[in-house]
Design a binder for this molecule. Structure first.
Ligand code: SF4
Ligand code: SF4
Length: 375
């Protein structure tokens, strides 16, 4: 197993971390026997970083993980868990959170404690409810050992958050296709410059980098027989500062494949890096609509989420992931913001710097979803 040392701390983590948010469920409950076998195999093969959150799997992930790891010596593995503050309405709720999480996890301390899925709105909550005072206090009491955050917003939110505290570590979405979104490379570089250890989530872009357009993937195949998954993991693991790459594994074959990759892990050579860059460039060229997600066309008077709909079709062209396209389109439908809501008023046309014929392109999105649903 590939391990990474944390320069400023006496910590060594397995580069492959176990994300405990995707265990299979039956009748609303985690399939515990199957999940326990996964945890046991992961531990036996040297994975020592287990990541959960109070909200994962309807609150079942933390108690399950506590039970699953209880048989092992506490100082032989690390637990990461998160405080999810989106429903937080008053300070009293925070004060009780940590003791509940420690009880769930059957432990006296959590090694890595994160403020979960931070964005602009939640940064305001951190300030309003003095959340940093609470977590700093828990660290002083020995209930948590390192304070970090996981992040899902843009660079301006990231810059504000990163200066709010002297963070021990940080968890970001990072893969070879997502260099320009969320914190982007600019945010990543700040972490490297400040020597803040990095935990990576979505290294496979929610599975999109496992199977994608075969005409593009053949560039990998022409070089060697490695899977697309291995290329994606190796790209992330070759980036300086990365200490853990999380994967939410729920099948034994998937866990075994990942373990094999990280058992013989090698950083990418300059030649291999160039191949990944070429693949990323070709995937991006497949986009159907030249929407840059700038939002200048918003709001639409009818309520259409214009860039959101274009994201559906563009991602589908790149990754050919029907499930992903449907999942996001259904989300837009629930919000009454999908492509069928367009009344063709034309108000958006003059606002788009890319001169996209928005109503016509929205029809292509509708047609794509219809086609997927008929398959
Ligand atoms: S043309 Fe359609 S998408 Fe554009 S503003 Fe009108 S309703 Fe919204
Ligand atoms: S203005 Fe044009 S490029 Fe910008 S989000 Fe809207 S459709 Fe996309």
């Amino acid at each position: 197993m590939e391990y990474r040392k944390w320069e400023k701390k006496d910590i060594t983590t397995s580069l492959l971390g176990f994300g405990c948010m995707r265990f299979t469920m039956k009748d609303g409950k985690i399939e515990e026997e199957k999940a326990q076998a996964l945890i046991d195999e992961a531990y036996a093969k040297g994975i020592n970083y287990f990541d959960t959150a109070i909200v994962y799997l309807d609150g079942q992930s933390e108690p399950f993980l506590g039970k699953a790891l209880h048989q092992y010596k506490r100082d032989t593995f690390y637990i990461a868990s998160k405080y999810s503050l989106w429903n937080l309405e008053n300070e009293e709720e925070i004060s009780k959170a940590i003791d509940k999480q420690l009880a769930n996890l059957q432990t006296e301390y959590i090694d890595f404690y994160l403020l979960h899925a931070m964005n602009k709105e939640r940064i305001e909550k951190i300030k309003k409810f003095h959340i940093l005072d609470y977590v700093k206090n828990w660290k002083k009491e020995g209930k948590i050992r390192n304070i970090g955050f996981s992040f899902h917003d843009d660079f301006s939110a990231f810059s504000e958050l990163i200066d709010l505290y002297n963070w021990d570590f940080c968890q970001i979405q990072f893969n070879y296709m997502d260099k320009d979104i969320q914190q982007g490379m600019e945010g990543y570089q700040i972490l490297v410059d400040r020597e803040i250890p990095i935990i990576v989530m979505e290294p496979l872009k929610g599975g999109s980098l496992v199977n994608f357009n075969p005409n593009v993937a053949k560039k990998f195949k022409a070089y060697n027989q490695d899977s697309n998954t291995k290329w994606a993991f190796r790209w992330v693991g070759s980036m300086p500062g990365v200490k853990v790459i999380l994967s939410g594994m729920n099948e034994m074959c998937q866990l075994k494949e990942n373990i094999e990759i990280f058992n013989s892990f090698k950083t990418l050579s300059p030649e291999e890096k160039k191949i990944v860059d070429d693949v990323a460039k070709e995937l991006k060229e497949l986009v159907a609509v030249g929407c840059t997600q700038c939002q200048y066309c918003m709001p639409c008077p009818a309520g259409v989420n214009i860039p959101g709909n274009f994201k559906v079709i563009n991602n589908h062209m790149m990754y050919k992931n029907n499930q992903d396209a449907l999942w996001y389109y259904e989300y837009l439908e629930k919000k009454d913001a999908d492509s069928t809501i367009c009344i063709k008023c034309g108000e958006c046309l003059s606002k788009c710097p890319q001169h996209i014929d928005i109503p016509t392109e929205l029809e292509s999105v509708t047609a794509l979803i219809k086609e997927i649903r008929q398959q």
